[in-house]
Design a protein around this ligand. Sequence first.
Ligand SMILES: [Zn+2]
Length: 82
Amino acid sequence: MPGRRRPRQRPDPPPTGLLDWTDSRHWSQQARPCRYCGAPTNLRDSARHPAHKTCAEAALQQQLREQAEAYENERLTIEGNH
Ligand SMILES: [Zn+2]
């Protein structure tokens, strides 16, 4: 029997999107209004706030876009100041 261990394979990213919402931490028995759209949801985001997966991911995208824009604006401001 070879003593060599197989390297652990890294799991593929979930096909449903960036976030793994299959984890039970993202699920509550009690439906609460989504923090983004107000419709009731059993899902919770990473901060345990009620949020739909799609709403949270849209917000995440928006956040990333705003950060990228803020970075770009700052860079342009700095370049324009010399
Ligand atoms: Zn929602």
